[in-house]
Design a protein around this ligand. Structure first.
Ligand SMILES: [Mn+2]
Length: 317
């Protein structure tokens, strides 16, 4: 792989680049793109940030969120994929990326397929850590806004420093960002704490009727269409519900059963050890060993009965 110094050296020769965030953008891809944009522009390199999906409203607390565009604008000397493990993550920009003569990728996913002409992939907890190193290799001074954007990347990809992927480098990087003015408290609020009154109500309704099976080792939270209506919430506001269930002492496997249309359910599984990829596979779904999902149709009681049985086959004695 190219060294960071050489990667920075090549980038410095560009005139106008597009930084491409991945589809369904998260804090890491957005923070990485926007911080790199500021760094490159301070060097006189024009840098546009584009994404095939629009920026979710939870990022609107950042002034820079409005700088993300949905379309490329004219010719670019280079296209740069940011935080994208494979080319499909570029969405509608994938084709143009593959046919462009000068492409870069900067990423942190071990599964990265090296689809760009120049690839810099280091397995850090967040891509923001790689961008921080790049900014320093570009010899750009870290501003407060860049520090905030990169801190958002680190915090969102590590679940606010709680996930197992956190390393010493993650914390050294965060330290440097705080030194440069990153406001972790504000980022924490908007990324992990802020919610609508309607979501808070839906959360209450859902958690008040958690059901336990197998001496509390399997917990099921369910959200029906009528719960969503009662709370006045939006269907996508159940994000994070399953994580709360997993905090309940004694729970080894958790499921959140969400009704997406009449008698159609989307189920998210989480586990502390049991292979829920296999459980979801029973219903044609999948994911990872400790986090997976599937879809099942039927009456809710029937659906819960089915997943209860499927989980029982993988729960150790
Ligand atoms: Mn990432």
């Amino acid at each position: 792989m190219i060294s960071l110094t050489d990667f920075a050296g090549k980038l410095l020769k560009e005139k106008k680049v597009a930084l491409i965030a991945h589809v369904r953008p998260d804090g890491d891809t957005l923070g990485s793109c926007l911080a790199l944009k500021e760094a490159l522009e301070s060097l006189g390199i024009k840098a546009d940030v584009v994404c095939d999906d629009s920026v979710p409203s939870r990022f609107f607390f950042l002034n820079e969120a409005s700088l993300v565009k949905g379309e490329l604008n004219g010719e670019y000397s280079a296209l740069v994929a940011v935080d994208c493990a494979d080319v499909s993550r570029l969405g509608k920009f994938a084709e143009q990326f593959l046919s462009h003569k000068n492409t870069y990728s900067i990423d942190h996913h071990v599964s990265n397929t090296r689809y760009a002409k120049v690839n810099y992939v280091v397995d850090n907890a967040s891509n923001a850590e790689n961008i921080l190193a790049l900014v320093s290799a570009l010899k750009v001074n870290l501003t407060k806004s860049m520090a905030n954007l990169l801190a958002m990347g680190i915090m969102t990809d590590t679940g606010n420093f709680r996930h197992k992927n956190v390393t010493a480098n993650t914390l050294y990087s965060a330290g440097k960002l705080v030194e440069s003015g990153a406001d972790l408290n504000t980022i924490y609020f908007y990324m992990f704490s802020a919610q609508t009154k309607e979501r808070a109500k839906l959360f209450g309704i859902t958690m008040s009727k958690i059901r336990y099976f197998y001496q509390g080792r399997f917990a099921v939270a369910s959200v029906s269409l009528s719960d969503i209506e009662k709370a006045g919430a939006k269907a996508d506001e159940t994000e994070g519900f399953i994580d709360f269930v997993m905090g309940i002492i004694g729970v080894e496997v958790g499921a959140c059963v969400m009704e997406t249309a009449k008698n159609k359910f989307k189920i998210s599984f989480r586990s502390k050890g049991v292979d829920v990829n296999a459980v979801a596979g029973t219903f044609g779904g999948g994911g990872h060993t400790l986090a997976s999902g599937c879809q099942i149709q039927g009456e809710i009681e029937e659906v819960i009965d089915k997943i209860q049985f499927a989980v029982s086959r993988y729960l150790p004695e």
